[in-house]
Design a protein around this ligand. Structure first.
Ligand SMILES: [Zn+2]
Ligand SMILES: [Zn+2]
Length: 240
């Protein structure tokens, strides 16, 4: 599930040329084969959800002598590719540069309504959630001047994530709602306000975010226009 996002990142953010990117993809396919043969992972290294899972796979790889041998024979290409992929997943470079988040969005054609059964969780260890916080440089998507204390001593402001179109309406949307364009980085006070504030305030906040994100939501195949957006918002019952 992270393969196309990784390609977008390498080519659009890192400005890597296609040949070099394909080289990484080839190596990562080999890595996935190793994980499969060693009975560590059935699908591929892209089919992960959390950073913890990625760290687990990494530790299994480096303690596997067959893999380490093959890696040396490859001129360390395999481990290099894994490192590049880990850097992408951890989002460390996303935080360093000023990147327009929309360049990472995956283009998805709008489809008709259909069943989409997997409702993702929004834990902070989740790869895309963590990447969104870094892309936003831990600044509130409602207003980047909003300041929050750093309770956890993490070196950055305490920010929260919020799914703009709530995940409970996933059954009505054919493409995944669990994408960058639909994840907000917001300060705890805006978050509370969004969930419990007076209807008029919440509507204004949503309106503002929609205007900012309309194109990204469309490109990601989630909401083709404003009417669809508000229909989904109403249907979710999460805001009012
Ligand atoms: Zn929320
Ligand atoms: Zn805020």
């Amino acid at each position: 599930m992270y393969e196309q996002l990784f390609v977008n990142y390498e080519t659009r953010v890192m400005k890597r040329d296609l040949l070099e990117t394909e080289d990484y993809l080839r190596s990562l396919r080999k890595v996935s084969q190793f994980l499969y043969v060693a009975k560590i992972k059935k699908d591929s290294i892209y089919d992960i959800d959390s950073l913890r899972e990625l760290d687990y796979l990494y530790s299994k790889l480096i303690e596997n002598s067959d893999f380490m041998k093959a890696n040396i024979e490859s001129g360390s290409k395999y481990l290099d590719a894994v490192e590049v992929y880990r850097t992408f997943c951890k989002g460390s470079l996303l935080e360093k540069y000023d990147i327009d988040p929309s360049i990472l969005d995956c283009e998805c054609p709008i489809k008709e309504e259909s069943e989409f059964s997997i409702i993702p969780s929004q834990v902070y260890d989740k790869i895309n959630v963590n990447q969104v916080l870094k892309l936003a440089h831990y600044k509130c998507d409602i207003d980047d001047e909003h300041e929050t204390p750093n309770y956890l001593d993490t070196g950055h402001a305490s920010m929260e994530v919020h799914y703009l179109i709530p995940l409970n309406v996933q059954p009505y949307v054919a493409n995944s709602l669990d994408v960058y364009a639909n994840i907000l980085c917001i300060c705890p006070s805006c978050h509370l306000h969004l969930h419990t504030g007076p209807k008029i305030d919440v509507r204004n906040m949503l309106e503002k975010i929609y205007i900012d994100r309309a194109n990204r939501l469309k490109i990601s195949g989630i909401a083709k226009d404003e009417e669809t957006f508000w229909n989904l918002i109403e249907k979710s019952g999460e805001y009012f």
